[in-house]
Design a protein around this ligand. Structure first.
Ligand SMILES: NC(=O)C1=CN([C@@H]2O[C@H](COP(=O)(O)OP(=O)(O)OC[C@H]3O[C@@H](n4cnc5c(N)ncnc54)[C@H](OP(=O)(O)O)[C@@H]3O)[C@@H](O)[C@H]2O)C=CC1
Ligand SMILES: CC(C)CCC[C@@H](C)[C@H]1CC[C@H]2C3=C(CC[C@]12C)[C@@]1(C)CCC(=O)C[C@@H]1CC3
Length: 345
């Protein structure tokens, strides 16, 4: 009778490994002696020690070869939050995550670490030092977040210590760092269009921004602590820099670091939110005739004008987490990594 070879605990797969967070995770795993199988809809780099599998995670036949002989899977693939394709979010984040779980079970994977998001509890109003026991948002800020909630529930509910399939979810917030395709590029684009002159509200709202290497650290700790007798099975963990900062101070530091002026004129939050809502409605009504994407969406105004920062005490106590890179150093390294986005470049 053929005996099944137990996969090596140093062999893992990263679904979404071509993306911003995924690639940083892959690089750190290689440094720590793992061999990595990357599964993504696109291949964006080549590295020794990495086997690439290109395909759609919604297709089990595409996915299964990437999970062969793998004991640990990180799932950090998602369509970009800026997409307004509801069908795509539903297909990839909900149906696709079901396929990921099924495929892990079929392939004999023992551990699944999901990249969720702290926004699964955010409804557009203040959250100060939010803990993991806050209820899921009943009115999530957008459809992306709605599907991230469903995705997290699916993964955590699949945890089965008796069967030996262990799951955990990492909830990062405001990931930034070198190669981030969203935060800094959107910010610089807004500045270049002369729209970064205003501070929404009084500018004192605190937000978590998390340097990408700290997020990676949280994922690896969770994976390595995930054992059948460990208290972390089936639970979510906030991973932040543990240094909430005023949203507008963070934006200003990045802008000034890249040679742009910091925003200085204040506008009332409710006025900007109301205008953004109006614009959003207008865009919806006019969609069959003209298509435009407003910079100031209600979701973005809520993100820019409310407190939303989270406690990572649970991760500190149960995962042994401590941020490795301070906010100051993270911002400096990020600014340095975008010479092409400097003023005048
Ligand atoms: N960035 C942030 O601030 C935060 C991110 N997160 C979560 O972290 C994770 C990683 O985010 P981030 O690195 O920023 O995102 P990226 O878009 O950079 O990476 C996601 C990767 O997944 C790929 N992908 C998308 N759909 C599929 C599919 N059907 N099959 C296979 N691969 C697919 C993407 O390809 P393509 O680019 O071609 O779509 C991309 O390479 C996501 O789950 C996100 O929800 C959570 C909180 C904050
Ligand atoms: C969850 C957050 C901590 C991380 C936010 C990521 C993005 C949603 C933000 C990155 C750049 C931000 C930004 C704005 C909103 C939120 C971001 C897109 C504004 C559009 C808000 C209104 C402005 O005055 C301009 C801002 C540009 C940058």
């Amino acid at each position: 009778m053929a005996t099944r070879v137990r996969p090596s605990s140093k062999r893992c797969a990263v679904i979404g490994g071509s993306g911003f967070l995924g690639r940083h995770l892959v690089e750190k795993l290689l440094e720590r002696g793992y061999s990595v199988s990357v599964f993504d809809i696109r291949q964006s780099y080549e590295l020794p020690g990495v086997t690439f599998h290109q395909g759609d995670l919604c297709d089990e036949q595409d996915l299964l070869p990437a999970l062969k002989d793998v004991s640990l899977v990180f799932h950090c693939a998602s369509p970009a939050p800026a997409s307004d394709d509801r069908g795509l979010f539903e297909r990839v984040n909900i149906q696709g995550t079901r396929i990921v779980i099924q495929s892990c079970l079929k392939a004999g994977v023992q551990k699944l670490v999901l990249t969720s998001s702290a926004s699964v509890v955010f409804e557009g109003t203040d959250i100060k030092n939010g803990r993991e026991d806050l209820p899921y948002a009943r009115k999530p800020i957008d459809y992306y977040t709605e599907t991230k909630i469903q995705q997290e529930k699916l993964v955590l509910e699949a945890c089965d210590q008796e069967k030996g399939f262990l799951t955990v979810a990492i909830r990062p917030h405001g990931i930034f760092g070198p190669r981030d395709p969203q935060l800094v590029p959107i910010l610089v684009d807004t500045a270049r269009r002369g729209k970064m002159k205003f501070i929404i509200g009084d500018g004192t709202n605190l937000v978590d921004f998390t340097f990408v290497e700290n997020v990676v650290h949280g994922h690896i700790l969770a994976a390595e602590r995930l054992r059948s007798d460990s208290p972390i099975c089936g639970k979510p963990y906030h991973i932040t820099n543990d240094e909430p900062i005023k949203f507008w101070d963070f934006m200003s530091e990045v802008l000034v670091g890249l040679g742009y002026a910091a925003p200085r004129y204040h506008l009332p939050y409710s006025l900007v939110y109301g205008l953004a809502l109006l614009l959003w409605l207008l865009a919806l009504i006019l969609r069959p005739l003209v298509s435009f994407k407003p910079t100031f969406t209600p979701m973005r105004v809520a993100l820019a004008g409310t407190h939303h920062y989270y406690s990572c005490d649970r991760a500190k106590q149960e995962l042994g987490y401590k941020p490795l890179v301070s906010l100051k150093e993270g911002i400096a390294r990020t600014v340095e990594s975008y010479p092409h986005l400097r003023q005048g470049a």
